[in-house]
Structures are given as structure tokens and as C-alpha cells.
Design a protein around this ligand. Structure first.
Ligand SMILES: Nc1ncnc2c1ncn2[C@@H]1O[C@H](COP(=O)(O)OP(=O)(O)O)[C@@H](O)[C@H]1O
Ligand SMILES: [Mg+2]
Length: 489
């Protein structure tokens, strides 16, 4: 068998690890898929021979759709494992079979099952397999339950009675997912003991809006155009796409229209450092209710800047549990003794969302948070209130500043909180979007954020202040006229 493969540094570390699950994250074209194919073949070669002198393994290769499995994954596989070594059968499902003598007198005996996840039978098929290992190709497209199910099938072939101890487990490769993805949770927040993640360097660097080749980028030597391959992508590509596919940022690629486009700007509106809590200043809390209560906490600075310090999000949790388990412990730990000003969805005052004869406002009041309803829950004024904040500058400072810990708000701003695409119709393929934002994991915390902005609306305050100033001026002028006996009142 003659395969020439010389892995890049990150991929060499991936091959050297014996963890049960290993993941590679990197830019497009960095050699991830090739590394996974080579990992499979080298683990198969390392399999101890059984009593008949056969090194037996069975692998599954998983991809989200049949088309991608056939057109991308299988293609890489046969490019690196030639068909004279591995016989591919394409029906009823794609399988590969290696049965080949090795120079030490043993035989390599491998079965590879290609599994698309878009088939109705796929989950059942996966759960019926006895495997040595599994490769999750482009893992950000795969839900965690497939990963868990797949891993539960590994280490079952060959049976341990037949051969001494051998490695078994899962490998995965992916372009960057978003920060809500299981990959991010496991790679960045809490990595299971027997899992390991390998991050390749970005293909390009972006400095002051200019894209440059990254000297540390991998697999450049195997790209026919070298770093040009990436530089040529830059013009005409969506910056979000480049952030994910080339710069390897953890970020979502959404296909709706972000609600705050083009007003939101990560560089302006997200603080680079954690925002301090000003203990002598009021803490504003704003709520969205319903089955997914959400709350934001912010402070208003003397220059008019609204600083969002904290967000609390929930899923399928009543307001009572939300307060008891999430909000109140945090308030008493981090914002103890401060004066709270509370606002929220006006619907929470009327509708009973806690239980039959109780309102959300009553529930909040019981927790010492008496709430003043925002003046409306119509969408347009709420959106305008946020846009006013985003676009308002005071002495060079933005009117709205987000603490870097507020990931849900931030991801919502960058596109998760969006108007869904209805269809591509009309002349020139005009895109049509829904008029109300999609209800999703980002919308509830954004509703809460809107109630806060509405409550503190600079527009309303400015009009009120202007009106007061005008009345004061009038009064002063009338007094002056009266003093000079011009006016008889
Ligand atoms: N070690 C290597 N030696 C030679 N060519 C390689 C090597 N690794 C990757 N390539 C080539 O680089 C290209 C991109 O590799 P691929 O694994 O498909 O990237 P990714 O999966 O990261 O998008 C492919 O044409 C592949 O054949
Ligand atoms: Mg790939």
C-alpha cells in the first residue's frame, strides 16, 4: 500500500492523541477531511491481528445529507484510498471493503459504512451497527444525539474475545459552529475527560479590515494556488461567511435578515472588557414573560449610555422557577443592595402566566421586583427604541454598550434575531422577509432588551426635556414681560 501523507502540525497532534473522541476545527480546505480518512486507515492498520491473522475493523462515516456524503465525503475517501485497495459498493447503501495482504503476512480487513443522516432509517441504522470507530464529517451539521448514538456503537467490533486491547472511538471535523453548538460547549466550555479538540490556525488574518495570508495557516502547500486560494475568496464574499469559513470564528451563518441590520456593529456595541457594576447607580431590569422568561440588566451612565451588564435566558421554565433558580441568586450575589427599576412586557400585567389567578407582575412583586409595564408591546416602537440607542452617540461613546458575557443578545444582534426569508420572488430575485421577527432562542432576550430601551427611550426623554425647556423659557419670558408691565396677568 503506497499512500504519501505528511500531516500539518495540528493534524499531527490529532493523529497522536488516543482520546475516545477527537475533533478538528479549521478553515475550509485545510486538510481536515483528508486527515480523518488517514486517521481511519492508520487505526485500521494498527488493529491487532486476530487468531486468523486478520486485522479487522468496521467504521461508519456520517454526513448530514446523502448528496454531500456522495459528492464530498466519498470523493475525498476514494481520492486517498484507491479503489483497487477499497472496493466501493453504491447500492443499497454506500459501503467500502478492504481485504488486502500486508507485508507482515497478516491481512487488512476493513468494512466502511457511509451513512447519510437525512434518510428516515438513518438513526435506526446507526443504532444497529457494531463499530470500531466513527467519523462525523462536517460535525456542525449534526445534532448531538447522533454523536452520542454513534459513539455508543464504537468499541463493539471486533469483539474483545477475538483480539487484545485496541483503540476505538469517534473522530470529527468541522468548520466553525456557533457558540450555542454542542461543539462549542464541549471544546471551549467544558471538555469531557476522554475528548480532545484541535483547532487549526485561520487561513487568513484580518487586520484593520484588510485580509492577509496567515503564516501559520495549514495545508497552503497543497493548495494549487497557495494562499491566493483564500485571498481570491475575499472580494465578493459575505464578511460573516469569511469570519466562519476562513477566520475560524465561532459564529452562526443565518439566512434571515438581522432585525438590527445595518445599525448593529460588533466593534462599537460590544465592550472589549467586562463592564463594571456601578453600585451607587440604579440597576434596570427588563422582562419578557411567557414560557421562556428572559431578563436583561443594565445601567444608564451620566452621558446617556445604556450599558447592558447581564442577560438571563430560559427554556420551558415558568417565571417562578426562573426567578428562584436563575435571577434571584445572581442578583443577590452580584447586584446586592442596589436599587432596582423593573419593567417588562405589558402583557405580563393582564394575562395570567404564572398560574390561574396570578399575574407575572404579582410574582415579580413577591420577589421584591415591582414592575412598571413598558408603554406598548407593538413591535415597531420597540425596534425603533433599540435602533435609536444603537445609532445615538454621546461624546463619541455609543448609546448602547453590551457586556461581552451577553452572548445570546450578541448572537441575536449578529443575525440570530431575524426576519425569516419567505421566498425569492419578483424581478431580479428580490428577497422577501416576514414582517415580524422569528420566534427562536434569541427572540425572547431581544424582547426583554426592547422593553428596556423603550422604557429608557432617549427620544421620548429628549422630547419631554425639550418640551420642559420650552415651557420654562416661556414662563421666564412671561415673567420678564410682566416685570416690565407689558403684560397684565
Ligand atoms: N497531506 C496532504 N497532502 C497533499 N494534499 C492534501 C493533504 N491534505 C489535504 N490535501 C488536499 O488539500 C485539499 C483540501 O483538503 P480537505 O481535506 O478536503 O480540506 P477540508 O476538509 O479541511 O476542507 C484537497 O484537495 C486535498 O486533497
Ligand atoms: Mg472537508
Amino acid at each position: 500500500m503506497d499512500i504519501k501523507y505528511d500531516p500539518e502540525p495540528t493534524l499531527a497532534r490529532f493523529h497522536a492523541s488516543d482520546k475516545f473522541f477527537r475533533g478538528i476545527r479549521g478553515p475550509i480546505g485545510s486538510g481536515k477531511s483528508v486527515a480523518c480518512v488517514m486517521e481511519i486507515i492508520s487505526r485500521c492498520l494498527e488493529m491487532p491481528a486476530d487468531s486468523r491473522g486478520r486485522r479487522r475493523s468496521r467504521w461508519a462515516i456520517v454526513r448530514n445529507t446523502t448528496a454531500q456524503l456522495r459528492d464530498t465525503t466519498l470523493k475525498t475517501f476514494v481520492e486517498w484510498i484507491p479503489e483497487e485497495l477499497c472496493t466501493i459498493t453504491r447500492s443499497p447503501r454506500i459501503t467500502g471493503r478492504i481485504d488486502s495482504p500486508l507485508s507482515d503476512g497478516t491481512r487488512l480487513d476493513v468494512e466502511v459504512i457511509f451513512l447519510p443522516m437525512d434518510h428516515p432509517r438513518s438513526e435506526r441504522d446507526l443504532l444497529s451497527l457494531e463499530l470500531t470507530g466513527i467519523w462525523f464529517n462536517e460535525a456542525r451539521e449534526l445534532p448531538l444525539n447522533f454523536i452520542t448514538a454513534g459513539l455508543s456503537r464504537c468499541g463493539r467490533f471486533p469483539r474483545s474475545a477475538d483480539v487484545p486491547h485496541y483503540w476505538s472511538g469517534g473522530i470529527a471535523d468541522t468548520n466553525s459552529p456557533d457558540t450555542f453548538h454542542w461543539w462549542y460547549h464541549r471544546a471551549v466550555e467544558k471538555t469531557p475527560e476522554n475528548w480532545e479538540f484541535f483547532d487549526q490556525p485561520p487561513a487568513l488574518l484580518c487586520e484593520n479590515g484588510k485580509y492577509l495570508p496567515n503564516p501559520a495557516a495549514e495545508n497552503i502547500r497543497h493548495q494549487p494556488k497557495g494562499a491566493r486560494y483564500y485571498l481570491d475568496m475575499v472580494d465578493g464574499a459575505d464578511p460573516d461567511w469569511l469570519d466562519v469559513m476562513v477566520l475560524c470564528h465561532y459564529k452562526s451563518l443565518f439566512d434571515g435578515k438581522p432585525v438590527y441590520q445595518p445599525f448593529w456593529n460588533e466593534n462599537i456595541h460590544v465592550s472589549k472588557t467586562p463592564l463594571p457594576v456601578e453600585r451607587n447607580r440604579e440597576l434596570y431590569l427588563a422582562f419578557d414573560f411567557g414560557l421562556t422568561p428572559a431578563c436583561v440588566a443594565g445601567q444608564l451612565m451620566p452621558n446617556g449610555q445604556l450599558r447592558i451588564l447581564r442577560e438571563w435566558c430560559s427554556e420551558n421554565m415558568g417565571l417562578r422557577q426562573f426567578c428562584r433558580d436563575l435571577l434571584l441568586p445572581d442578583l443577590s450575589r452580584d447586584f446586592n443592595g442596589m436599587r432596582y427599576i423593573v419593567t417588562g412586557d405589558p402583557a405580563g400585567a393582564q394575562r395570567s402566566q404564572v398560574d390561574r389567578d396570578d399575574s407575572c407582575y404579582a410574582e415579580l412583586a413577591r420577589n421584591g421586583l415591582s414592575c412598571t409595564a413598558a408603554r406598548t408591546n407593538d413591535f415597531e416602537p420597540r425596534r425603533r427604541a433599540v435602533i435609536n440607542r444603537l445609532t445615538y452617540l454621546s461624546g463619541g461613546e455609543p448609546g448602547y454598550l453590551l457586556d461581552p458575557s451577553c452572548q445570546m443578545l450578541r448572537q441575536g444582534f449578529t443575525g440570530g434575531y431575524m426576519f425569516e426569508l419567505i421566498n425569492r420572488v419578483g424581478e431580479g430575485g428580490t428577497l422577501r422577509y416576514r414582517e415580524q421577527p422569528a420566534k427562536n432562542i434569541f427572540s425572547h432576550i431581544h424582547d426583554a432588551n426592547q422593553y428596556l430601551c423603550l422604557y429608557l427611550q432617549p427620544e421620548a426623554t429628549a422630547v419631554r426635556d425639550g418640551f420642559r425647556r420650552m415651557m420654562d423659557d416661556n414662563r421666564r419670558r412671561m415673567n420678564r414681560l410682566r416685570d416690565r408691565d407689558i403684560l397684565e396677568v
